[in-house]
Design a protein around this ligand. Structure first.
Ligand code: C2E
Ligand code: CA
Ligand code: CA
Length: 389
């Protein structure tokens, strides 16, 4: 970090310290506990309402622009509030409750104040329990690949599947990635999770093949840490050349932007040189510059389901879809739409020139066994449209 930034940071910290002193009472205790984290331990007898008023006043004061040199700076803050009787709640628990509320406040957006609730306690406890079991579950084969079908936008014929990770938890049931991807990241085990899912999906696809079910293409979600893992590329070298075009690696739009390290770009180039396909996932969600996406030269852009969701009701969503299709055409890439949950959306997307469709209108993510069982239904989607045309 350059000296000017450090000095500016110190200036902001001093302003926050001054505001904390000005707005708290004599027997409150404000303290800085981390880089940009502060705690106010309120005096005994403080009610939740008092703490909320204090947080609102502080937030209001912090949002006020300040001058630094010739610059006008604007900064913000998020607040988590926890309240407890010291004879019942240990100080460390009170702090961790406030931390859970702060985490929620940050997740809700900028400048939020969140009170700790019992639901948060339950969620935090469940997350801790899941984190404790994660490693063991990885070894015990509880993480399994689910499959969601993808369809040709014109004919609705099956064009491939996307592999989506699920945790078949012995007590909590089938868990979605939202429950465990964060844990995998925190534990530094994201690449391991991707490996387990990839290898299990390969085995499942081979079993389907022996049953006469051929999947035209199989798409995998890959984390940045997995792509730059040399073992990943080594494993892929074992896949025969002629089969490689049937493998698609979906890379989050945000990855291409945030981690545009030489390492990552080189690994993506190697993947493509080896004959695998690379798609940009969640395209249009607003993180990446178009330049960083263009530099990857993807095979397809996968339109974020948040753009597809209002399609048919929002003119803006329709315009965004058309712009993305135009951009994709200009770079010779195909377009996949995800989150297609109605026939109306499927028809709009076909008319706009989208190439492939995926979403609840066609199928929910399912186990390999369910995919095998329902294969005729998915193929018949295509037959049904062909008959209508
Ligand atoms: P994604 O790659 O954008 O995957 C599509 C998500 O949309 C899936 O959620 C899927 O269940 C859901 N979806 C499908 N059709 C519809 C629809 O019509 N409407 C709506 N509202 N949603 C639909 P899922 O399975 O919970 O996965 C969430 C995310 O987790 C994925 O988003 C992907 O980024 C990540 N993920 C999943 N599996 C893996 C994995 O093996 N490795 C890594 N690194 N990430 C994974
Ligand atoms: Ca994906
Ligand atoms: Ca996506």
């Amino acid at each position: 970090m350059c000296l000017a930034m450090m000095l500016a940071g110190d200036h902001v910290l001093r302003i926050v310290a001054k505001l904390l002193t000005e707005h708290t009472r004599e027997d409150d205790l404000p303290a800085r506990v981390g880089g940009d984290e502060f705690v106010v331990l309120c005096a005994p007898g403080t009610q939740l309402q008092d703490a909320t008023i204090l947080a609102s006043r502080l937030l209001h004061a912090i949002k006020h622009p300040v001058s630094y040199g010739k610059k006008r700076c604007i900064f913000g803050a998020s607040f988590g509030i926890a309240i407890g009787d010291p004879s019942i709640t240990a100080p460390s628990e009170l702090l961790s409750n406030a931390d859970a509320a702060l985490y929620q406040a940050k997740a809700d957006g900028r400048g939020k104040i969140v009170n700790f609730s019992n639901d948060m306690r339950k969620a935090a406890k469940q997350e801790r329990a899941l984190a404790d079991r994660f490693m063991q579950a990885l070894g015990d084969g509880e993480f399994v690949p689910y499959f969601q079908t993808q369809h040709d936008a014109r004919t609705w014929k099956l064009s491939g599947v996307e592999v989506l990770a699920r945790w078949e938890h012995p007590i909590d049931g089938v868990l979605s990635p939202i429950k465990f991807l964060g844990i995998a990241k925190q534990l530094g085990l994201e690449a391991e999770l991707d490996t387990v899912i990839f290898e299990a999906a390969e085995r499942a696809v081979a079993v389907l093949k022996t049953a006469g079910i051929i999947l035209p293409s199989v798409a995998f979600n890959v984390s940045a840490s997995r792509i730059i893992d040399p073992l990943f590329l080594q494993h892929l070298k074992l896949i025969p050349h002629e089969k490689r075009k049937g493998y698609v690696f979906e890379i989050l739009e945000s990855i291409s932007y945030e981690d545009a390290s030489q390492h990552l770009v080189m690994a993506i180039d190697t993947l493509k040189d080896m004959g695998f396909k690379v798609d940009v996932d969640d395209f249009g969600s607003g993180h990446a510059s178009i330049n960083s996406v263009l530099s990857i030269e993807p095979d397809s852009l996968k339109i974020d389901r948040r753009i597809i969701s209002p399609l048919g009701k929002s003119e803006r969503a329709g315009q965004m879809v058309s712009s993305i299709i135009e951009l994709a055409r200009s770079m010779n890439a195909r377009v996949i739409a995800e989150g297609v949950d109605s026939e109306e959306k499927a028809i709009i997307l076909r008319e706009k020139g989208c190439d492939e469709l995926q979403g609840y209108f066609f199928s929910q993510p399912m186990s390999a066994a369910a995919l095998a069982q329902n294969m005729t239904t998915y193929n018949n989607r295509g037959a049904a449209t062909a008959a209508q045309q």
